[in-house]
Structures are given as C-alpha cells and as structure tokens.
Design a protein around this ligand. Structure first.
Ligand code: AMP
Length: 329
C-alpha cells in the first residue's frame, strides 16, 4: 500500500537493509528508493541491520565491510542526515532487550509459519535459532521507534504482519504501548526478478549489484537467462527478464521502444542486454561515484553512523524505559 499524500510529518518511517551482501537493484527499487522519496515527508529512520547479518555467520571483516557498504549505499543514494537518522543496528543494543520481551509473548507456532523459516527448513540441515527468531528481532527494530510506515519489498509483507501481531499481543497484555506499523509495498517494484528469473536475492546469487565494478555488472547483465529464440525471432517482451528490468529503470518511451523491437524480431536478447547495461550505467553513474567516494572515506562514513546512533539511541531509550515500566522490569 502506498502512503497517502496528506501531510503527516509527525509520522515515523523506518526501514533496514541486512548487512549480508552487496546492495542489489531489488533492494534499491523495492525499499530504498521509496524510503528516500518519503524522507522529506516523514521523520525517517534508516538502519543497517548488522545483527541480522550475523545469521549467515560471516567473518568479522566481511560483516564490517558489508555494514559500511550499505551505509555508503544509503548516503550515495541521497540520505539527508541533517533530517534523517542513519545508524547501524548494533549501536542501539536496546533492540535486543525489546526482542527478548517480545520473544516471551510470541508463540513458536507463529514463527514456524514464516516463509523465511520454511525456506531455511527446505535448504539447511541445521536451522539456526537466529533464523527462527528473525521476525522477532525485526519486530523489535520496528516497534522500538514506534514506526508508522515501513517501506519494503513484498518478501517482507509476512514479517510486517507478524510485527503487527506481536504489537497487538503486547498492547493487549500490558496496555497500549506500540503503534501498529503499516508496510509500504509498491506493486510495480514489489518483487524485482533476478538474473535467473527468480526473486532477486542476496542468497540466490542472482543480483544486479548497484555498486559492482563495470566488468562485474556486465557479467551479471549479460548472464540474464532468456529463452532460446534467435535474433530474427519475434519475442514476448513481458516474459523477458531483461525487458522487465529495463522497464523499471527506463522511461516509458524507451521501454516501449525496446518492447516494439523485441516483438518485431531482428533484435536479439544480447542487444536488449547491452541497452540495459548502458541505461543502468547512465542512471546510476552519479550514485556509483558517490558510493566510491564514501567507501574511500571510511572515517567520514563512521562519523555519520556514530552521529545517527546517538539520535537513534535517544529515541530507543525512551521506548525501552516505558516497556520496562509496563512489563515490571
Ligand atoms: P534484505 O536484503 O533482505 O535485507 O532486504 C532489504 C529490503 O529490500 C527489504 O525491504 C526487502 O523487501 C527488499 N528487497 C529485497 N529483495 C527484493 C526484490 N527482489 N524485490 C523487491 N524488494 C526486495
């Protein structure tokens, strides 16, 4: 659902990105772009979910690198830290305290219904408890800041419902404390397809990474799976992942032109991929430069995060104080 256009400046928007890999187009179009567009409208809280990043057990250096990389991505994409709060999750440990409280109100049955848990069950022999409890920590992330709106991709819709369930149990048990947050999911970018046609995901290795080197990007885009139609064959544009992605970043006239060419025949998938790569570099060129600048100046980056952490913690501390009071700690 999209946020309505009436003035709601006192409302709070919050979203996070897991520090478990590089930012891909799905993250940007599904969650980041929407959050950035709304930062002038709502008091915005954007964070790098590095506790969540631990679920994949990365090496310490890797986790630190992903954390900085996502912070640089937010800054390069246009976070205005004069107004918006940007911090890394682990700088506000109160989130773990709230997660513990919520854990005691949440049934295992609810958590076992999470798609993320079911996916892990299908893939892994041993499921870490962190995967099962992921929706609780996510609920704590959201409720700690009394968030009204949470811009996310469709894959997070169920977790948002669970957050509302947890907030409701809490409010019914201890008295109204939390706002029930609303997911902001934009239909046309709810699930961005990856290079293999499945949902673009860090864990499927099918991403088009916003800040990859040009050579790597070329490899990713030229590697998009297509059917076996030859250069001269007419193609079905809507079934072609290259076109599906092109349409999301190019304007209407350019995407209509690609559609017409694909459907007419004499225009190959390779041509479409080259057009996508060129469009990608044109659209994200300035952002990619800014990202490189932030990644080179880690002192400035860390300073931004430290400043954000103070602001985030101030708000979190107030909520935790209230939670402690109402639950009797
Ligand atoms: P994650 O990388 O799992 O932390 O996801 C960060 C944000 O990106 C969440 O709001 C996700 O819903 C969103 N997201 C991730 N992959 C996609 C995708 N393929 N399409 C749309 N949104 C996505």
């Amino acid at each position: 659902m999209a946020a309505d256009s009436s003035s709601q400046n006192s409302k709070i928007l919050l979203t996070g990105i897991r520090a478990s890999g590089d930012i891909h187009l799905g993250n940007y179009l599904g969650a980041m772009r929407q959050a950035l567009q709304l930062q002038t409208k709502y008091q915005s809280y954007l964070f790098i979910a590095n506790f969540h990043g631990l679920t994949t057990t990365p090496k310490a250096e890797e986790l630190r690198k992903h954390t900085r990389s996502i912070a640089a991505a937010w800054l390069a994409a246009g976070v205005d830290t004069k107004k918006t709060v940007l911090w890394k999750q682990s700088d506000v440990p109160e989130v773990l305290e709230l997660a513990q409280v919520l854990t005691c109100l949440t049934s295992v049955g609810l958590l076992e219904r999470a798609h993320s848990y079911k996916d892990a069950l299908a893939k892994e022999k041993i499921i870490k408890a962190g995967i099962l409890f992921y929706p609780v920590l996510m609920a704590a992330d959201i409720l700690l800041y009394n968030s009204d709106f949470v811009p996310v991709g469709k894959d997070q819709a169920q977790h948002l419902e669970m957050t509302r369930d947890m907030a409701t149990y809490f409010n019914e048990t201890y008295g109204t404390t939390f706002t029930l947050p609303e997911a902001l999911i934009l239909e046309d970018v709810a699930t961005i397809p990856g290079t293999d046609g499945r949902k673009m995901s860090k864990s499927y290795n099918n991403g088009i990474d916003l800040f990859a080197s040009e050579a790597e990007l070329k490899k990713q885009i030229m590697g998009i799976k297509t059917d076996s139609k030859g250069l001269d064959d007419p193609k079905v544009a809507e079934e072609c992942v290259v076109y599906q992605i092109f349409k999301l970043i190019a304007g209407k006239s350019e995407s209509d032109e690609m559609k017409r060419k694909l459907e007419a025949g004499g225009y190959g998938y390779g041509d479409a991929k080259k057009a996508l790569l060129a469009k990608f570099l044109e659209d994200f060129g300035a952002m990619r430069k800014e990202y490189d600048r932030w990644m080179k100046d880690t002192a400035a980056l860390d300073q931004e995060l430290a400043r954000g952490a103070v602001q985030a913690r101030e708000k979190a501390t107030k909520m935790i104080k209230r939670v402690r009071e109402v639950v009797g700690l």
